[in-house]
Structure formats: structure tokens, C-alpha cells
Ligand binder design. Structure first.
Ligand code: 6PG
Length: 254
């Protein structure tokens, strides 16, 4: 693994997506141990898409599945597609298939976004209420928050050119994403940045141009929403593979 300098965090470059997933699972387990030992619980906001699948699969099997204190772990999501939980596009369904169905996580520790609600704005408020109940404050502070990044530099469901990028009043927002022709539910950047530890997992050559623009290009959050991510007090680590890092000037292919 190579590390690259970053003004507000660090970039870790892994040989491939499999090594990235292994280290991300190790990081999850290490942070879980620390937070559970110190505070009795571990709160994690998961990302969706395809990249986290490999990490979830690792966490669902020994040695991780045996070592983790699942009863003290609380899972949330950073964003969700506005579909039922059994829909092929559901981030929750992906997590259920790769992780939840295989580990002894108490059902009450799974805090799903109610994305099946036909009223996206109401779904957003319901999830915000879930977060207020779980964290007892207006701005929830996740112990660990995972993010992915699209080839268009979006993260969570904060897409280029959308109003949600500039919403710092709410915890969760619902919005219609023109390019997807679909509604999405997402944590706002303010909520994401309140997390104690933020881990971006980015793999694949298709992400290289966006990663270079986000990390090394001029600030332009409407075009590159992932530039919004800057923890107000926590840590930020970009865990990327060599393919995604291929266009970084400070750390392109060795
Ligand atoms: C989602 C995700 C989204 C994802 C990126 C990367 O709901 O799709 O939360 O932000 O992390 O689009 O997706 P891949 O991992 O599939 O490349």
C-alpha cells in the first residue's frame, strides 16, 4: 500500500480492489473494537453501489464475523434509491444479501432508510427522525461513514448540479436526479462531514479522471460533489486502488 499527501486527510493506494476490500474490512473491525470498548456501541453509515460488496462479504465470514461484537454494532445508510427494500437497485437489499443475512446483527440495530415511501420528502424526514432518535442530537455523528464515488464525482446521492449539494439545513434530503430519472435519498454533506471517520472506497480505472479532478483539480463542488467531503473534526481516508489512482499526479501508477 502506498500513501499520498492530502490537505485534509490521506490517500491510500492498494494494488487492486480485492486488497482494498480486505483492508477496509480490517479498518471496520479495528474501529468497531475501539468504539465498542470505549463507548459500548459502534455506529456505521454504509455506502451503496457495487464497491462495498467485497468488503461486506469479508465481514460476513470468519475471521471478521466471529470477531465482531455484532450486538453493539448499529448500521445505517448514507443514501438510498427510492425503491422497496427487495428491489434489485436497493442498497439495503445489496447489504442484506452480502452481510445482514449472514451475521447475528439484532434487527433493531439495522436502521434502514424507508425508501419505499411513495413520498420521498416524507421518507427523508422519517429517516432524519430515526437519526435524531439514534444520536440524540440534530447533527448525528457516525463513528464510521463509508462513501463511494461515481465516475461523475458524485458521492452518496449528492449528484453534480443538484440542489442537495448546497443544503446545509437538513440532515437528510430527497431529490429528483435528472440524469437518473429517479428520486434519491441522501445524507447532506453537513451530516457526512460530522462523522468521526470517513472512508472513501474507490476502485477501477473508470474512476481515475474523477478522482484526479476531485483531489487535484480546482474546487468546483457543483461539478465534483465529492469535493464537499471535509470532516469538521474527524478523519478522512481515501482508500483507492492503483487503477483509480492512475491519473493522480502525485501518485499515479508506480
Ligand atoms: C449509490 C451509492 C453511490 C456509490 C457510487 C459508486 O447509491 O449508488 O451510494 O454513491 O457509492 O455511485 O458506486 P460503485 O461502487 O457501484 O462504483
Amino acid at each position: 500500500m502506498r500513501t499520498l499527501p492530502l490537505t485534509n486527510g490521506r490517500v491510500e493506494v492498494y494494488a487492486d480492489a480485492a486488497e482494498l476490500a480486505r483492508e477496509a474490512a480490517r479498518r471496520f473491525a479495528a474501529l468497531a473494537g475501539t468504539f465498542i470498548a470505549n463507548r459500548g456501541r459502534f455506529t456505521v453509515a454504509l455506502s451503496g453501489g457495487s464497491t462495498p460488496r467485497a468488503m461486506f462479504t469479508l465481514l460476513a465470514a470468519p475471521p471478521f464475523s466471529d470477531a465482531l461484537a455484532w450486538r453493539a454494532i448499529h448500521l445505517f445508510w448514507g443514501d438510498e434509491r427510492c425503491v422497496p427494500p427487495d428491489h434489485p437497485d436497493s442498497n439495503y437489499r445489496m447489504t442484506r444479501e452480502t452481510l445482514l443475512d449472514r451475521v447475528p446483527l439484532p434487527p433493531e440495530n439495522v436502521h434502514r432508510i424507508p425508501a419505499e415511501d411513495p413520498d420521498p420528502a416524507r421518507a427523508a424526514e422519517r429517516y432524519a427522525e430515526t437519526l435524531r432518535h439514534a444520536f440524540g442530537e440534530d447533527a448525528p455523528r457516525f463513528d464510521l461513514l463509508f462513501l463511494g464515488m461515481g465516475a461523475d464525482a458524485h458521492t452518496a446521492s449528492l449528484f453534480p448540479g443538484t440542489a442537495a449539494l448546497h443544503n446545509n439545513d437538513r440532515i437528510v434530503v430527497a431529490q429528483y436526479v435528472e440524469k437518473l430519472q429517479a428520486h434519491r435519498l441522501t445524507l447532506t454533506a453537513r451530516t457526512i462531514n460530522h462523522a468521526n471517520n470517513i472512508l472513501f472506497l474507490v476502485a477501477g480505472a473508470d474512476k481515475a479522471p474523477a478522482l484526479q479532478a476531485v483531489l487535484e483539480g480546482p474546487r468546483d463542488i457543483d461539478t465534483f460533489p465529492s469535493q464537499l467531503i471535509a470532516p469538521d473534526a474527524g478523519t478522512l481516508t481515501w482508500m483507492v486502488d492503483e487503477a483509480a489512482a492512475g491519473q493522480l499526479s502525485v501518485g499515479g501508477s508506480p
